[in-house]
Design a protein. Structure first.
Lengths: 234, 234
DNA sequence: CACAAAATTCTGGTTAACCAATATTATAAA
DNA sequence: TTTATAATATTGGTTAACCAGAATTTTGTG
């Protein structure tokens, strides 16, 4: 297990080295937005790493919109100036693994917004999906089973109902981290789960009634315990 | 250009097909959390696609915490039940490219939070970096040059100062989309840029003074025009 | 010289062979 | 039969050869 982590860190360090080398190269060669960077083969040769390593690094920079690859043509610097480019690459290099506190803090922020938007934009189909998740959650809890998944599905259903594709994506992205940390820190107690049934119902009803203020308020109530726990361990 | 988009869409469709096939396989074989899924070779053979396609699909599911690959051992279903797994995979398959409106909506939400947190947690080093970005922005605007990048760097500096690694990452991820759409919709006018100088300064001073309420308020002012524009084009 | 056409080079993407570590099976000793 | 050991098969990861298409250079033609 330890070994695996080290391996991943090593890979990440290699990738970060390549990324910073690409940045240096762009600066040294005074490449401007739209210019083509050297081919993958040349870079792998120059940096003394495998071509797949270079490809992975480029892919990461593509994800953040720094580079753009066109098949059979080349890889190009995105349409942002060197200032922003350097700043963003530095930020990317310094990105840390998210800590539990920041995850929860962010999740609460996102949930308050998605609930509010969902109460304004939810469709009938959204309501059905939310109620399904809600019922599944209640069943599990009543049977004394763990219901972390059903809990999350309800919240993801809200995110979907928010009609905001960006928020929906962000919620999906932070979800795995939330699950992992929840299990690691044993956040879920049985009492909380039981309270959750009514709290979920309240949120659902507020969204159904198209009452954004109430929805936000009910989400706040739902996350109050989590919020305090999150700050108590920091 | 059109071709490129089609190619990417094709690739995405292939990937989505593979992802849904993996999901079906997990369901059909009743695989539980922690179980091993068939090897990449078997999957590529079974699905009639190349192994690299399978690897890409697995990588995406790893990103969302659905699967977990261990070298020389296998790829395993993450520690979430089939219910959440199916729900999340369906969500992933339905993920849409973010639209401008949802991007701006999300950005404003994130910025209000990062400014608030930054005013509580900023270090002296953060202040220096923010002021650097702020000055660079002013210089450019006064010289009549475009300053979208410097604008963003100021906001990314705030995100960094928020001390919330998740929020910082999310800001970085939505930034490229923001830049692209800004240029596409020609959001930035010269008047707005000039107003921006003072507005940035106001935000900075509020954060420096450790006044979260004021910081939030100043961010609201700063985004007011953008907010209205965003809703006018929808 | 100008310009079109063909040959060549170069590109990112794909495929298949290879690697080291692991998991499994077969074997043998107790 | 049990258990320790060795041989084998399987795994995700890596490398290098290959591909189709784009970019460039060379060639041919007016």
């Amino acid at each position: 297990m330890k070994l695996e982590i080290n391996v991943k860190n090593d890979n990440r360090e290699v990738q970060n080295t390549i990324i910073s080398q690409i940045r240096d190269l762009i600066n040294y060669k005074n490449l401007e937005p739209g210019d083509k960077i050297p081919s993958e083969r040349m870079l792998s040769d120059k940096f003394g790493v495998s071509r797949s390593n270079v490809r992975d690094a480029i892919q990461k920079l593509e994800f953040y919109g720094i580079l753009s690859s066109i098949p059979q043509s080349g890889t190009f610097v995105a349409n942002i100036g060197v200032t922003a480019l350097n700043g963003m690459i530095d930020d990317i290099l310094r990105l840390k693994e998210p800590d539990f506190k920041s995850l929860v803090e962010t999740r609460i922020l996102l949930e308050l917004k998605t609930a509010r938007l969902a109460s304004l934009r939810r469709t009938e189909a959204d309501l059905i999906q939310m109620e399904d998740a809600l019922n599944a959650y209640r069943e599990k809890v009543i049977n004394g089973e763990k219901a972390v998944e059903e809990d999350l599905l309800f919240h993801l259903a809200i995110a979907k109902a928010s009609g905001n594709s960006t928020l929906n994506t962000l919620m999906l992205m932070i979800t795995p981290g939330i699950i992992t940390n929840f299990e690691e820190y044993h956040v879920c107690s049985e009492d909380l789960a039981f309270n959750g049934i009514q709290e979920h119902r309240d949120i659902f009803e507020a969204i159904k009634a198209k009452n954004p203020g109430l929805a936000k308020e009910k989400v706040k109530v739902h996350f109050k315990a989590l919020y305090q726990y999150c700050y108590s361990i920091s």
